[in-house]
Design a protein around this ligand. Structure first.
Ligand SMILES: *Cc1c(COP(=O)(O)O)cnc(C)c1O
Length: 377
């Protein structure tokens, strides 16, 4: 079956009780049991909820994974995946992951004896150096935020597996529509459903998808044991969102390419970061491992002053954090999403004061271009 068919039908069987075509929001904390030890598969709503279960079937099918679990946020999903490692284990973390992921390692997991090192996962030689005898996990994000560095998922999976480590990929930027990490050898996929999967900037959530049965049992145990579950209402919203994932991602991608090309030719723009541009150093790898380039575009304006002018002159693009919604969002990584990253590290990664990031929405692209053109001039 094709992607759109799966997106619309997986997990979305008509309701058994009423025939409702849309999976109802089962807003209940508990379920009546027929007798001692006799129930319909649902005992208590932290453990099981039919709306959440429908979403779990849906997204795991989209990621081509056997198992999937929905969490209260992207961060709680990532935290659950990291509960596959223990004190004394070593994790290699991409050097340009989402700020919240770095903070989880540096400020929280480090208190529990989990060791970690940062590595440029796009550079295999560099990455190879980072492995230690106790390395149990490699955590990658591709493309990275905001400078769009691409990591070869098949190559790093092979490298990690040969050294006995599992690979986790944060697939938030591409969504399963453009990138299927599990098909490339990755063990565990995590998502912030807050972004493209829900797609309408009205819900915060997260997801873990995987194939290994034993690891899946542990994630299920953690989901229930810790309890950072996605609510029935949010599960409904994300399930509604994924039905249009294919058409939205096609639009984000189409608009993203137009915006990237426009910026690349604009005299006030010094550099554009977009894997879809032939000038991107990993354009060929991106073309091979992704089936599209998406809607995330970053560009260099040269100075904080220039960036500020652009960010404060746009009218259609909304100044704000987050990404992946139908509306175009524009942000300043150095002072917003990456403010907690030390300036030296920011400079090393290319996150300069003049860098501006756009999450290109699915408005008419002429309007987005006109807005940016006006703001740049
Ligand atoms: C937003 C985001 C997260 C965190 O997700 P929340 O839903 O905000 O908790 C993790 N990874 C990436 C790549 C993100 O963009």
């Amino acid at each position: 079956m094709g992607f759109s068919t799966i997106a619309i039908h997986a997990g979305n069987e008509p309701d058994i009780a009423t025939g409702a075509v849309s999976v109802p929001i089962y807003q209940t904390s508990t379920y009546a049991q027929d007798g001692l030890g006799k129930h319909k598969g649902f005992e208590y709503a932290r453990t099981q909820n039919p709306t959440r279960l429908a979403l779990e079937k849906n997204i795991s099918a989209l990621e081509n994974a056997r198992f999937g679990f929905a969490f209260a946020s992207g961060m709680s999903a990532i935290d659950a995946a990291l509960k596959l490692v223990k004190a004394g284990d070593h994790v290699i973390l991409g050097d340009n992951t989402y700020g919240g992921t770095f903070r989880l390692f540096s400020r929280i997991l480090s208190n529990y004896g989990v060791e970690f090192d940062l590595a440029d996962t796009s550079n295999i030689a560099d990455l190879e150096q980072a492995f230690r005898p106790n390395t149990k996990m490699l955590f990658v994000e591709t493309p990275t935020n905001p400078v769009m560095t691409v990591t070869d998922l098949a190559a790093v999976s092979e490298l990690a597996h040969a050294r006995g480590a599992k690979v986790v990929c944060d697939n938030t930027f591409m969504s399963p529509y453009f990138q299927k990490p599990i098909n490339l050898g990755v063990d565990i996929v995590v998502h912030s459903t807050t972004k493209y999967l829900n797609g309408h900037s009205d819900s915060v959530g997260g997801f873990v998808a995987l194939n290994d049965e034993e690891d899946a049992e542990w994630i299920r145990f953690v989901q229930n044991g810790v309890g950072a579950i996605l609510s029935p209402f949010d599960s409904f919203l994300v399930l509604r969102g994924t039905k249009t994932l294919a058409v939205r991602m096609e639009s984000h991608d189409r608009n993203g390419r137009v915006v990237a090309n426009f910026l690349a030719e604009h005299p006030k723009v010094q550099k554009v970061y977009y894997p879809g541009l032939t000038s991107h150093p990993q354009h060929e790898l991106a073309k091979k491992q992704q089936s599209g380039f998406g809607g995330m575009v970053s560009f260099e304006t040269g100075s904080l002053e220039n960036a500020k002018k652009v960010l404060e002159s746009v009218k259609l693009c909304t100044l704000g954090e987050s990404l992946g919604g139908v509306e175009s969002l524009i942000s300043h990584p150095a002072t917003m999403t990456h403010a907690s990253v030390p300036k030296e590290t920011r400079d090393k990664l290319g996150i300069t004061d003049g860098l501006v990031r756009i999450s290109v929405g699915i408005e008419d692209v002429e309007d987005i271009i006109e807005d940016l053109d006006h703001a740049l001039s």
